[in-house]
Design a protein around this ligand. Structure first.
Ligand code: ADP
Ligand code: MG
Length: 214
């Protein structure tokens, strides 16, 4: 399996070549075509298996290829359980977006709330955030999720273990667009709360489990 076989845009294939990534990892090979087809996804695979690009590549493809639903608010939101993990995803996204017209923003707990509120005025297409802080901004109406096209929950099991279920629900309700696509990544699919949240937030998801008996 090659990146060329996954239905990705030429510009993204070029980027992978520049990064020296010749073949997709298993989770990328399984997840990318599902996401490009517009389907919801519930995926698990172990740490270090390349999940970040499994969602960032098709997310960027979707944004490049389609017109925005709405003129304001992010088109893609990625939620991660901790500041550290959110920063890692953001770093990878920044590299992918270099040379494109799209802006991204990192929203973390523990940083100045009002400064962050002002940054939303730049209207970034992509937001990477920890759930607590983004939920606070939503509550203060600093942003709208009405135009959200893609909601991505990275390490969903850890977010739930950290008690973020109410914030995930709030995000789900604020971004209740019928064309919204939702992706959930988890270390395990054998997690009761993950399956509950998935039942609530995903529409007929395709399940992908790499390296586990499922
Ligand atoms: P996970 O989220 O599954 O723990 P990451 O997305 O953080 O894994 O990826 C782990 C490492 O693998 C990163 O350094 C990333 O740049 C690298 N990587 C991702 N995809 C590929 C690929 N197709 N070929 C080679 N390395 C890759
Ligand atoms: Mg990861």
């Amino acid at each position: 399996m090659q990146f060329e076989d996954l239905g990705l845009d030429k510009r993204l294939l070029k980027t992978m070549e520049l990064w020296g990534f010749s073949t997709p990892t298993d989770v990328q090979a399984s997840a990318i075509p599902v996401v490009c087809a517009g389907k919801d996804l519930l995926a698990s695979s172990k740490t270090g298996s390349g999940k970040t690009l499994a969602f960032l590549l098709p997310a960027l493809q979707r944004v490049m290829r389609s017109k925005a639903f709405s003129r304001s608010g992010p088109r893609v939101v990625v939620l991660a359980p901790t500041r550290e993990l959110a920063k890692q995803v953001y770093g990878e996204l920044r590299k992918l977006l270099a040379g494109t017209q799209y802006k991204c923003m990192l929203i973390l707990g523990g940083e100045n709330f009002n400064d962050q509120a002002k940054e939303f005025r730049k209207d970034p297409a992509f937001i990477v955030a920890t759930p607590g802080r983004l939920a606070d901004h939503l509550e203060h109406r600093h942003l709208t999720l009405e135009g959200l096209e893609l909601l991505i929950l990275d390490e969903a099991d850890r977010m739930l273990d950290l008690g973020f279920a109410p914030q995930l629900e709030a995000m789900n309700n604020a971004a209740n667009h019928r064309r919204r696509q939702t992706l959930m990544f988890s270390a395990t699919l054998d997690h009761q709360q993950v399956n509950e949240i998935a039942a609530d937030m995903l529409k007929e998801p395709k399940r992908v489990a790499i390296g586990f008996v499922n």
